[in-house]
Each structure stands twice: as structure tokens, then as C-alpha cells.
Design a protein around this ligand. Structure first.
Ligand code: ADP
Ligand code: MG
Length: 361
């Protein structure tokens, strides 16, 4: 039987009576990356700090591997938990060069000096920090210091990495370099990781599973495809990627029928009352019977976003390459997939779930 790398059970944390986390249950399996996705203030840092041991939970249990580290009468000090917390703004030692800063945790893993310096040099190279190897923190810009702090954290060998928005202040290109390095380190070490971010694209790209946190509560845990295609509610839909939410009733059953509900998955229910349907930008394309009018056009390089007003709301239509339609143009659309926001019954079970699978012709 595999033991989770991290198990949180019924975790509750309050700050002076204000609830920051409540009833959090989560298993992270060895080698698994879970993205903790939530807006600012949802409790991501609190959760990571509770796992790291900087915060003692009010109730609930934290177990790392087979050890209870908090709760149920157990307590293990932060330095004895074998977790690596990676965050922006970690302080560097002023007297160490960049190379020695990164080699230090590698030496602590028991490698001889030469090997540690070689491994550190490789890590610096991949993060584009080689030219800075001989400098000390005072000779680095703020952004460079942050990247060195990140390199030092990645050089450790924890059983569990905890990333707290590590790329929040990095340039786009560096962000993907750092994400690659994180994936590489984790694969080499087989370590599990909890990766806190408010960035949906990052969460979708990096995670084996996404745990959506809202106001201290986990509202959905699933694979990136699940949370993207089947979010539990409108707020989760918006948090997990670009989302068009339409009033199905206003749109009209006829229009919906036109989009086809012919390949339903799961229990089918018709469109009733004021159901909200989700349409992702990749589930709709130009050409088809659904009439609309282009309201705005945003060129994004590899693709263009068109906002099209239709009966029932507005649809974001993403097409590859430069703009395909102009503002004001009357267009026809085809929607290939929709997701009806499920309603939760008293027991928290999903009801009234309907998905129309792609009917791309
Ligand atoms: P996130 O990292 O997702 O932005 P945090 O875990 O930092 O969220 O914060 C969760 C909630 O707890 C927020 O409402 C925040 O204001 C509150 N909070 C965080 N730290 C403290 C603290 N030291 N004292 C009081 N309230 C706090
Ligand atoms: Mg935070």
C-alpha cells in the first residue's frame, strides 16, 4: 500500500478567530504535483506554512509520509520535516557568491565540494544565471536575487517541495524556464510538490492534479482536464481559465439544440430554468448557425481573442493566428462543447450534470 507523501485531514487554521482554512482534506502522492489554485487571500500561503510547520493548525492532522507532523498530539519542528519551501524574496547570505549559495544545499546532501559545485553550475546554467556565478548578493538586482534564491531552493533534496507562487515576479520567458527546472528537479528526485498559484495557465501546465481553494476551503480537486472542462461552479470556471458563462434559457433551447446535445456523457438533463452553461474559447469556432456580433478583438500573437455577443450572453472565441473578424461584424458560430454548471444537493453530490461532447464536423 502506498503511503501519501502528504496527507491533510480536516485541517483548520484561524488567525485570531478569523478562519483561514477549514476542513481541508488532501492527499498528495509520491512524485505527484498538485497545484493549489486560488485567488489572493484564499489561504494558499497559510496551507503551505502549516505543512512546513510555521503555523500550528487549530485542528486536523498533517502527515508527511508515515509521520504525523502536526495534530493528533504530534508535532515535528519545521527543520525536521524534510520539506523545501520555495518562495519569492528568500534572503540570501551576503558573504556567499552565487555559485557557493547554490552549492551549499548540495554539499549538505553529502556531495563532495567539486561535485556540488558542478551540479550548482549546471543549475545556474539552466536558469540563465551563469554569468553571475562569482557575484555576491549586493551585486545583484532584485530579480536576480530572487532567481538565485529559487536556484538554492531547487538544489535541496526534500521529500516534498512547497512552492509559493515562485514565478509571480518573473518575466514570461524565465517563467517557463523555471517551470521546466521545477519539473526536472522533481522528476530526478521523485519528490512530491504542492505548487501554490493564482495563475490558471501555470496550474494547468504544471500539475498532475489541481486543488481549487476558495475562502479556505477546497472546492474541487481533479486533473487539469477535469477542472478545466467540468468546473463545479461559475467561480471555479473563471479561476481555471478563460470562460464564457451563458444563460441557457435566454439563449433559447432551440439555439442549444442547434449546437447539439447529441453526444451526452453522464446523466442527461434538458436545459431547464436559468441554467448557466460554460463555453471555453476552444469549444467554439467561426462558421455555423449561431448568430452573433463581434464586440472586441484582441490579438495575442499565436492566437486572437474575439468577444462575440450572442443571445444569452457573450462568447469568447479564440482562433489561431491574427484576427479573423473585425469589430461590428455579424458572424455565425458553432459551439462544439458545453458544460452545465452542476448544482450541489444537500449531501454535496453533483446533480443535474450534463456535458455535450465535441461534435466537431
Ligand atoms: P493567499 O496565500 O492565498 O493569498 P493567505 O494564506 O496569505 O492567502 O491568507 C488567507 C487569509 O488569512 C486571508 O484572508 C488573509 O488576510 C488572512 N491572513 C493571512 N495571514 C494572516 C495573519 N498573520 N494574521 C491574520 N490574518 C492573516
Ligand atoms: Mg500567498
Amino acid at each position: 500500500m502506498t503511503i501519501p507523501a502528504l496527507r491533510l485531514s480536516g485541517l483548520c487554521v484561524t488567525y485570531d478567530g478569523v478562519v483561514a482554512l477549514t476542513g481541508v482534506d488532501l492527499d498528495v502522492w509520491p512524485g505527484e504535483v498538485i497545484a493549489l489554485l486560488g485567488s489572493s487571500g484564499s489561504g494558499k500561503t497559510t496551507l503551505l506554512h502549516t505543512v512546513a510547520g510555521f503555523i500550528e493548525p487549530d485542528s486536523g492532522v498533517v502527515a508527511i509520509g508515515d509521520r504525523v507532523v502536526a495534530g493528533a498530539g504530534g508535532w515535528v519542528a519545521p527543520e525536521d520535516r524534510r520539506v523545501g519551501l520555495v518562495f519569492q524574496g528568500a534572503a540570501l547570505w551576503p558573504h556567499l557568491t552565487v555559485l557557493d549559495t547554490v552549492a551549499y544545499p548540495i554539499r549538505r546532501r553529502g556531495l563532495p565540494k567539486g561535485a556540488a559545485r558542478r551540479e550548482a553550475a549546471g543549475l545556474l546554467e539552466r536558469l540563465g544565471l551563469s554569468p553571475l556565478a562569482d557575484r555576491r548578493p549586493a551585486q545583484l538586482s532584485g530579480g536576480e536575487q530572487q532567481r538565485v534564491g529559487l536556484a538554492r531552493a531547487l538544489a535541496r533534496d526534500p521529500a516534498l517541495f512547497l512552492f509559493d507562487e515562485p514565478t509571480a515576479h518573473l518575466d514570461t520567458h524565465l517563467r517557463s524556464v523555471v517551470l521546466e527546472e521545477i519539473a526536472r528537479r522533481r522528476e530526478a528526485l521523485g519528490a512530491a510538490a504542492l505548487y501554490a498559484t493564482h495563475n490558471a495557465a501555470e496550474a494547468l501546465a504544471i500539475a498532475d492534479r489541481i486543488a481549487v481553494l476558495r475562502a479556505g476551503r477546497l472546492v474541487q480537486v481533479g486533473t487539469p482536464q477535469e477542472v478545466y472542462a467540468q468546473p463545479v461552479d461559475a467561480e471555479t470556471a473563471r479561476l481555471t481559465g478563460p470562460a464564457s458563462l451563458l444563460d441557457a434559457a435566454a439563449l433559447g433551447a432551440a439555439a442549444l439544440d442547434g449546437w447539439a446535445i447529441d453526444a451526452p456523457v453522464g446523466g442527461v438533463v434538458g436545459v431547464r430554468g436559468h441554467e448557466t452553461v460554460l463555453v471555453r474559447p476552444d469549444w467554439v469556432r467561426f462558421g455555423g448557425d449561431l448568430p452573433g456580433r463581434v464586440e472586441s478583438v484582441r490579438y495575442r500573437g499565436p492566437s486572437t481573442d474575439h468577444v462575440v455577443s450572442v443571445r444569452g450572453g457573450r462568447l469568447l472565441v479564440s482562433s489561431p493566428g491574427p484576427p479573423r473578424r473585425g469589430v461590428g461584424e455579424v458572424v455565425g458560430l458553432t459551439v462544439t462543447q458545453t458544460w452545465s454548471m452542476p448544482s450541489l444537493d444537500g449531501a454535496g453530490r453533483l446533480t443535474a450534470v450534463r456535458e455535450t461532447a465535441a461534435t466537431d464536423a
